[in-house]
Design a protein around this ligand. Sequence first.
Ligand SMILES: C[S@@+](CC[C@H](N)C(=O)[O-])C[C@H]1O[C@@H](n2cnc3c(N)ncnc32)[C@H](O)[C@@H]1O
Length: 259
Amino acid sequence: MSGFVSFIGAGPGDPDLVTVKALRRLREADVVIHDRLVPQALLHEVAAGAEIIDVGKAPRRHCIGQSEINWLLVDRARQRRNVARLKGGDPAIFGRLAEEIAAVRAAGVPFEIIPGVTAATAAAALAGISLTERGAASMVVLATGTDHSGQLPAKLDWDLLARADATLVFYMAVQGLPTVTAALTALGRDPREPALLVERAATPQERIVPASLGDIASAARDAGIESPAVLITGPTVGSATALMAAGRLVARSASAVAV
Ligand SMILES: C[S@@+](CC[C@H](N)C(=O)[O-])C[C@H]1O[C@@H](n2cnc3c(N)ncnc32)[C@H](O)[C@@H]1O
């Protein structure tokens, strides 16, 4: 007999952007193991007496290692406790979920995954754009802007990304932004294509920086954009940049309103 692990998507920052099932599991949990970027208000939903463990990791400042997180999941489940593993956004998008699943599976611990709102869709909602659009973008690519060592991910097919009839969304986008945009434009993506950098979407600190793909790295640097932020580039972004240029897209906490 063992406990159970629920991998739960905590959404991008607004505590209202979680599922009913996620809330239910948090309230039932005996142990909550959470990342740095989860909305703190969600932790108020946890029952009194439950154990809360912060394994938050800041960029380049790892607090608790991945193997220790894996160990905690298995250890607490083996104590026959219900574990809520709360991860920012959607747990299955750039969340090292595969490693945690492998650990609980190897230990024979039953688990479930409760999806969440990922940064790409939260940022698109804030900017008032659709990530796909008939005739403009028939594909969405969620890519990482840096690999585990902080470099441009060598395994990405940059030729394909440069040519794709797609909206491209880069996570972990701030550090490598000049390199990412240079790689895309050098391989043929139009430097005049509209792009956005969306910082802390769905939080009170959210900001959007619009610019062409060729200029977005310097615009982001001038605006002092910091992690967490996503880069969105592609033809469907144009409607947001046009609205913003005309002063008609007003970013508000947790939503953007075109007036
Ligand atoms: C380790 S990944 C986790 C992604 C998360 N699992 C998700 O589905 O959104 C962290 C990256 O997600 C992006 N991110 C997370 N929350 C964000 C937010 N509120 N606004 C913009 N980008 C965000 C940033 O690119 C950040 O560097």
